[in-house]
Design a protein around this ligand. Structure first.
Ligand SMILES: *Cc1c(COP(=O)(O)O)cnc(C)c1O
Length: 380
């Protein structure tokens, strides 16, 4: 089988999604499955929908468009504020978008009007993490203007924490979001369908037994794919943490000294401290590099240590067990490594079922590139 490749176990992803959907349902919270780390894979989206998520979310219109074209029929939520240059495409393919700028929403209104459609808008509120969101004091004013815009439905409000500054979702900021929802509803005599409290970082709060108030949706990516919560990167009880595996192939295997020789200047990626002298080691090179993965986000199998990575080479110390050229090494990935590998055109994605007799569905990357995409995907 070709390498490097990501092996994605759809049954494990289904289990993780289903478990989170049912635990959160007990707390009155629905799940938007966030697909941005899956490059909009329609197979993964279908798996999420079978597991009971109520919406599909993505930060990139390319992915949303690809999923729509692949026949995914579910409410599509654009979770990054739309670019004005993307507005026609947002109206065509996304049902809901998360927004924080009136100028953008005005353009969405015009485009929806021209297309004879209604577009649903969730207003994002800044709760302290200092990425996207309207300042809380401006929310009522903004909501009033949005309610007057033709072909726009004010679907709800939301927040995003723990992305820029690591601010944790807790009762204080979540209660503030609930109170803001109440104040919008009271001020305009409306009811908001969605109060979307955040991402996987909200799970500790959601399962803490705290009052969930008006929060009735979370947008989950990492916790479904990797089975862990992102605040302390702890595994979530009952979830698989090994649904995704990266496989790379050995292209050189030699006994080499740990000390370089010659005059030492910068490396391909800048200054580096000289390695400690450990004598000779069994060193191997894997045909994978920074173009394919974030090497800092890889966990190697027992007995293997990652020494360094350049654009195309991962240098490993094989310990007591030298590897043959052509051998494969399997790694677990953190979120950063997952996103980079999923979006690298050099990494084949192999989606498979884990149940006995399940068939592998090899998908050659890029799995979901849309024929009309004119923005080449950037490496994260
Ligand atoms: C990425 C993202 C999510 C999903 O985050 P996870 O930690 O992967 O669950 C949710 N909402 C927004 C706005 C995002 O950018």
């Amino acid at each position: 089988m070709s390498a490097p490749r990501l092996e994605v176990d759809l049954d494990k992803i289904h289990h993780n999604a289903r478990t989170l959907v049912s635990r959160l349902a007990a707390r009155g919270i629905s799940v938007t499955a966030v697909m941005k780390a899956s490059l909009g894979s329609p197979e993964i989206a279908r798996t999420m929908l079978r597991a009971g998520v109520s919406m599909i979310g993505d930060s990139r219109m390319e992915n949303i468009e690809a999923m729509c074209r692949a026949g995914i029929r579910a409410p599509m939520m654009l979770i990054r504020a739309p670019m004005i240059s993307d507005v026609p495409r947002v109206i065509q393919y996304a049902d809901i978008s998360l927004n924080s700028e009136l100028d953008v929403i005005r353009q969405l209104s015009d485009a929806a009007n021209a297309a004879g459609k209604t577009h649903a808008v969730v207003l994002m509120v800044e709760l302290g993490d200092l990425r996207e969101g309207i300042m809380p004091a401006d929310l009522l004013h903004t909501a009033g203007l949005v309610l007057d815009m033709p072909n726009i439905k004010l679907k709800g409000i939301g927040a995003n924490l723990a992305c820029h500054c690591g601010v944790s979702p807790d009762s204080r900021n979540m209660d503030q979001l609930s109170a803001l929802a109440h104040s919008v509803e009271a001020a305009f005599g409306i009811s908001l369908d969605i109060v979307t409290g955040g991402n996987s970082a909200n799970l500790n709060w959601a399962f803490s037994g705290a009052d969930t108030g008006r929060i009735n949706n979370l947008r989950l990516g990492e916790s479904i794919l990797l089975g862990c919560e992102p605040l302390h990167r702890q595994p979530i009880d009952g979830l698989y943490t090994d649904a995704i595996t990266l496989v790379a192939e050995v292209i050189e295997s030699k006994i080499k000294p740990t000390q370089p020789w010659g005059e030492i200047a910068q490396t391909a990626f800048g200054e580096k401290a000289p390695p400690a002298d450990r004598g000779d080691i069994a060193q191997a090179i894997l045909a994978i590099g920074r173009q394919d993965v974030d090497p800092d986000g890889l966990s190697s199998p027992a007995g293997i240590d990652i020494i360094d990575a350049s654009s195309d080479h991962l240098i490993i110390d094989c310990g007591d067990h030298p590897l043959a050229v052509g051998a494969e090494v399997r790694f677990q990935l953190n979120y950063s490594a997952t996103v980079r590998s999923m979006t690298s055109p050099f990494v084949t994605k192999v989606l498979h079922a884990s149940r006995p007799g399940g068939t592998a569905i090899p998908v050659t990357a890029p799995a979901t590139a849309s024929p009309t995409t004119n923005n080449p995907r950037k490496i994260a």
